[in-house]
Structures are given as C-alpha cells and as structure tokens.
Design a protein around this ligand. Structure first.
Ligand code: FCB
Length: 472
C-alpha cells in the first residue's frame, strides 16, 4: 500500500550559507573562519573554497523559483553572520541585511516557509582571533546577533534554529581539526561544547525577548545512532554508551535534561574539570525548546579497543591523525558494512527510525523535525544533460519510509528537509561530494534537476511516497 503523509507535515530542502552563497568578499561581507580555513593549503580537497560556491548570492531568485517548482512547503537556510554583522559585533551591514530580507520576503510571498539557522559554522574571523568558541564572550556576541536578526526578520521567519550541529563545531573544529578553525586540542573542544550550549540558551532567550513567546525556537543536532558490535558484550555496550555521552548527551543533557550527566563529567575528567562552566549556566542553557531538529545520515558500530592504542578512527568524519571523539580513545569504530554512499557512510534507514523513536519516547512532548537527511553519490550527466540518480532516490525513499513508520508509531514529527537543495561546498571535501537533488555545474553554475528532484516534487505534491522508479 502506498504510504501517505498528513497535509500538515512540512516538506522542505536545506542549505547553508557558506556552502552555496559564494560572493565571499562582496556586499560588505567580512571573513569567516571557513574563508580562512578553506584558503589554508591542504585543508580542503583540491584546495576548494566557498568563494563562489553555487553563486546563490546572485542566483537566489532562480533558486527560489526552483523551490517553487518542487512545490516545497519550507526552505531551511542559514544566515551568514559575517555577511550581516562583519566582525561579529556592532553595527549591522545594511547590504547583508537587505540580501536576506529580499530572500525571506520572496520565500514568504511564494508560500515557502523559511526555517532560519543562525549559525551553520561560519564564525566571524575576528571572534576567532579572540578565541572563538573557547571564549565565553563569543556566546554573548552570538546572543546579540540573534537578537538583531529577530528584530530584523521576526515577521518573516517561521522557525528559528540557533545552531546547526554544535557537535561538528566543537569536535571537528577543535579536536580533530578537520573543520574550521582547524584546532586539535581536547580541552578546547569541550570548552567549545559548553560555550555553544550557552550560546544556544542565550540566543533562545534573546529571540523570545525580542519577539515574544510565540516565536518558535529550535536547535539542530546530529544525534549519533551508535550500536555496539556485540549486543551481549558489556564492554561493547559501554563503548557505545561512551560515544553517546560525548556525542549526544553533551548537548541533550544541558539543553533538555537537568544538566551535563555525571557520567560524562567522569568520562572526561582526565581531560578537564569543566571549570569553564559557571554557576547559573544551566538555567541559561535549559530554555524551552519548541522543536528539536535532527540531522541523520548513517549509523556507527563500535566496540571496546582491547590491545594498546591502534589507529585512531574518526568514525567517518574526515582524515585527521586526531580523533574527534574526545575521551573515547578506547573505543574502536568498525568499518561500516555496505551499501555505502560516496562519503563512505553506511546506508541505514532503520537507524533513522530507531533514533526518532528513542528521542520521541524520551521527550514525548517535544515536536521533532528531520532537518537534514540525504546522500552524496557520484552522479553522472547523460549526453542529453539529464542526471539520473537512482541511488539517491532509493536512499530518500527508504529514509522517508522510515519517517513514515515513526509517524505511525506516534512520534510527534512535524517535517522533513532533504539535504540538499543544491550540490554545494561540502566543507573539507570541497566540491568532490554532491548531495544536491539539483545538480550545479561548477563551470557554468547552471542548475539541473536530478531525477531525485522530480521524485521529491512528486512526493511533496501528492503527500504520498512515490515508488523508487517514479522520478522519470
Ligand atoms: C551535515 C552538515 C551539512 C552537510 C551535511 C552533509 O553535517 O550540517 O552542512 O555538510 O552534513
């Protein structure tokens, strides 16, 4: 039987500013840590940068027309902090504000609801020069920026997301160093975790302060679905728990529960005493959340490392001699079993179902949204210029089916955003990995809807899951 979805369920696509905008030094935009990092030799694949990216800054009107063509209910975008407030403090840049105002106005006019992320990793470089997320004042500056954005765009934004995947900002940015600012320092990484949590809480309060209680505020986390290698092994179970503490509870704890769990503090005690947490911080962080955004791509399977230090594994997050998994040096990632995407990530739709169920059961009152889900594959362009991407269609079909099963089982799930609307700058992988349902030719910047885009449009307009061969 065909799976159907309620009309109220929101279907969208997601992007992030640095990955698509380009125009890195136009319109009064200041530098961000990703400009600095991507211009550092050896930091990204083939030295790719976001200088031009998908040139969305100049082509946004065409891109909104494409969204309309796909019948999208919602569009998840991020605001580039250094575009609207170069330097991260003080006066706003009118040109940057105007860019987003035009974009948001057009979306609203077209009936596409904007879901706006305030921080998708592009910290103003000046704030990094003062320590970035290791400096508590960055969290205070972020709250002021959030307040300014709420003041400017309050009437246009459907849902505010404070941070995208603070896990990546903290651990990939400061522990393994495969993301900007490229630091490898475990204490710095845990300090960043806390200041990101604080930034989220302070920004949430600032947005509500500016717009009132009706403003909807969320955060997006990349929660890790970690499985033990052997279910009957206490050691493997403990290894999986360790990863969940560092990967998930470091954020869920203070944001949605009482505080950082004591087990996390014990586990990380050899690294830090968490003295960067100040009295009263928990009250600041634990603000009411209207929606929790979840990004999901794949699962991880781990076991206890038995003998001596082996090669470190990033668990699928880039190449670095240093693991992003602080205080998990005795945890070993198993090589993922196929099928895999072009990222080397395993394709595991049941992981999404399990994750949604576990979060849904733990916080039954909290609405959830899948704010990113999708896959990179090595797409091929046919002689007639079309892009047939059956693997991506299959991936989306199976994951959206898992979303449907979670809905059937009573999870309060409000929407789904495919990652991504467009092929784009995939961070340290540069332009080598294509996640878009719309292809971008990086020579001509021309857009071409892939088969997956047609398939997704069919899903959105029919509110029912098309067969995998339905995209044409
Ligand atoms: C997520 C990021 C997003 C994109 C996807 C593939 O971690 O939020 O920007 O890079 O992965």
């Amino acid at each position: 039987m065909t799976r159907t979805f309620p009309d109220s369920f929101s279907w969208g696509a997601a992007t992030a500013a640095y990955q698509i905008e380009g125009a890195a030094s136009e319109g009064g935009r200041g530098p961000s840590i990703w400009d600095t990092f991507s211009h550092t030799p050896g930091a990204t694949w083939a030295g790719d940068t976001g200088d031009v990216a998908a040139d969305h800054y100049h082509r946004w009107l065409d891109d909104v027309a494409l969204m309309k063509k796909l019948h999208l209910d919602a569009y998840r975008l991020s605001i580039s902090w250094p575009r609207v407030q170069p330097g991260g403090r003080g006066a706003l840049n009118p040109e940057g504000v105007e860019f987003y105002r035009d974009l948001l106005n057009t979306l609203v006019e077209q009936g596409i609801k904007p879901a706006v992320t305030l921080y998708h990793w592009d910290l103003p470089q000046e704030l990094q020069d003062q320590g970035g997320w290791t400096n508590r004042t960055t969290a205070l500056a972020f709250a002021e920026y959030a307040r300014a954005m709420a003041r400017e765009f309050g009437a246009l934004v459907d849902i505010w997301t404070t941070l995208n995947e603070p896990w990546c900002s903290a651990y990939l940015g400061y522990a393994s160093g495969v993301h900007a600012p490229g630091i490898t320092d475990r204490v710095a990484a845990l300090t960043a975790v806390h200041h990101l949590n604080l930034a989220h809480g302070l920004a949430t309060s600032a947005i509500r302060d500016e717009l009132g209680e009706q403003a909807r505020v969320s955060i997006t986390l990349n929660l890790h679905l970690v499985r033990p290698h052997r279910d009957d092994s206490d050691e493997d179970q403990a290894a999986a728990r360790q990863l969940r503490l560092v990967g998930n509870e470091a954020f869920l704890g203070p944001i949605l529960d009482e505080d950082y769990p004591p087990d996390l503090l014990d586990l990380t005690a050899p690294v830090t005493d968490w003295s960067f947490v100040q009295q009263g911080d928990q009250q600041l962080i634990g603000q009411r959340l209207d929606v929790l955004g979840i990004n999901y791509y794949s699962t991880a399977t781990v076991r206890r490392r038995m003998a001596g230090p082996g090669p470190v594994s990033s668990g699928g997050h880039g190449n670095s001699p240093v693991s992003p998994w602080v205080a998990c040096e005795d945890v070993e990632f198993l090589h993922p079993e196929g099928p895999l995407t072009a990222m080397g990530w395993n394709i595991a739709p049941e992981g999404l179902y399990d994750l949604l169920l576990s979060v849904g059961r733990r916080w039954p009152e909290l609405p959830l949204m899948v704010t990113e889900n999708g896959a990179a594959f090595d797409d091929e362009v046919s002689v007639d210029g079309s892009v047939h991407d059956p693997e991506r269609v299959r991936y989306l079909h199976d994951h959206i089916d898992a979303v449907g099963r979670a809905l059937d089982d009573g999870v309060d799930l409000r929407g789904y955003f495919v990652w991504s609307l467009l092929d784009n700058f995939e961070w340290s992988y540069g332009y080598a990995k294509r996640f878009g349902i719309i292809r971008v030719d990086y020579q001509t910047l021309q857009r071409t809807e892939k088969t997956s885009a047609h398939w997704y449009a069919e899903l959105v307009s029919s509110r029912s899951l098309p067969a995998v061969d339905a995209g044409g």
